[in-house]
Design a protein around this ligand. Structure first.
Ligand code: C5P
Length: 386
């Protein structure tokens, strides 16, 4: 539960403060999916690994001049009407009023946001591409990082504050690599640091789970087992470093649409529960990429392939080029290839990029660290409670 706080806090500007947080993408090493639950979700047993593709979030509390009505930063804002409130989740997760903080009292939490670039180095990863690009990332209350900032304020009892979130996307957008979830995790950590709320890790994880099934994991990073909707995490014993190549596709795939397709495919089949992850867990203990590659499972893959048949060819190509494992990443449409080692991943990425079956490729290694402050943890000028 959120720690108790003495009463409403007003965070006023006594100088600007900035915190930079970096959060990782993920790949599902195992995604076992059970039948549709009455609440519209599916029980899953998943093993997640954080990989070294990152979104950077710079959170800035503006100075007193800006708070007093100075020029607002560029980008969208959660103040005022910016699309429908983000409520309506079947299990009572983030339910935000018009002001976004959940209590519907119209108080003064103002979150502005701007989103730039995929952030990857084109020389290292192949030619820069534009679809789907960051312009599809929403900048109002539909942006999950904005909702995360409001949730931190609510949990800490902050009733008045202003924060600008500048997101630099290194994680491919709408790719099945949990980029939006990484942004939300980054915003939780950044606002906690910026506002000195002192929320403990368990509380941040609880807020993360309210924002989305995939949000707790980028807080933690590493390699973890996820159950429930995927939000209940436990550490797993994993050794070694794994080298991945990701093949990015044109256009995104909607997670609900892929789950709906999964339901269609599963219709009439007796299903007791999600496939257990024993093989992947055993492989992770050995640290052997070939063993892990052979054990990768994604129960959503047949559904993703039904919706995007061209991905079949991408997976085949990666296997032919020597990947020790090939799988659709989460709900897709990115395909994830596990290489035997670092140099093999360089060769695989180069060959795959030259085959013309994919929009772009990215190399990454895992496990990577969870969302963390990389700059600006010092609190000089950070406003305290008024
Ligand atoms: O939790 P999140 O909002 O990210 O989930 C997006 C959608 O994905 C859900 O509305 C649901 O359709 C689907 N989903 C699911 N079972 C899960 C996680 C997600 O059916 N365990």
């Amino acid at each position: 539960m959120p720690r108790s706080h003495p009463g409403p806090r007003h965070v006023a500007g006594a100088g600007s403060a900035t915190v930079t947080v970096r959060a990782p993408a993920k790949v599902n090493l195992h995604l076992g999916v059970g039948p549709l639950r009455p609440d519209g979700y599916h029980d899953v047993i998943t093993v997640l690994q954080a990989v070294s593709l990152f979104d950077d979030l710079i959170a800035t509390a503006p100075d007193a001049a800006a708070l007093d009505g100075g020029p607002a930063p560029a980008g969208g804002s959660s103040e005022g009407p910016h699309g429908p409130p983000a409520d309506g989740h079947p299990d009572g997760r983030a339910s935000l009023g018009p002001d976004g903080d959940g209590d519907g009292d119209g108080d003064g939490i103002v979150v502005t946001v701007e989103v730039t670039g995929e952030g990857a180095d084109p020389a290292a990863h192949g030619p820069a591409t534009t679809t789907p690009d960051v312009s599809i990332v929403p900048t109002g209350m539909d942006n999950i990082a904005v909702r995360a900032a409001h949730l931190v304020a609510e949990a800490a009892g902050i009733t008045s504050a202003r924060v600008h979130l500048a997101l630099t996307k290194g994680i491919p957008v709408a790719a099945g690599m949990a980029g939006g979830s990484a942004d939300a995790a980054a915003a939780l950590v950044a606002c906690d640091a910026l506002w000195q709320t002192g929320l403990d890790r368990a509380t941040l994880a609880e807020l993360a789970a309210r924002l989305g099934s995939d949000v707790p994991f980028p807080l933690t990073g590493g390699t973890a087992l996820g159950t429930g909707r995927g939000e209940r995490l436990t550490d797993v014993l994993a050794t070694g470093e794994y080298h991945w190549v990701f093949a990015l596709a044109d256009g995104g795939l909607s997670t609900p649409a892929v789950y709906a397709e999964f339901d269609k495919l599963a219709e009439g089949r007796l299903r007791t529960g999600p496939t257990p992850a024993d093989d992947v867990l055993a492989a992770l203990r050995t640290g052997d990429p070939a063993q892990l590659g052979a054990a990768l499972v994604n129960d959503l893959q047949p559904a993703a392939l039904r919706l995007r048949p061209a991905l079949r060819r991408v997976l085949e190509t990666g296997r032919e080029l020597g990947a020790v494992g090939a799988i659709v990443s989460g709900s897709g449409p990115t395909c994830a290839f596990l290489a035997a080692g670092a140099s093999e991943s360089v060769d695989l990425a180069a060959s795959l990029a030259g085959m013309g079956v994919t929009r772009a490729v990215r190399r990454a290694s895992g496990p990577a660290a969870g969302a963390r402050v990389v700059e600006g943890a010092a609190t000089e000028g950070v406003p305290g409670p008024a």
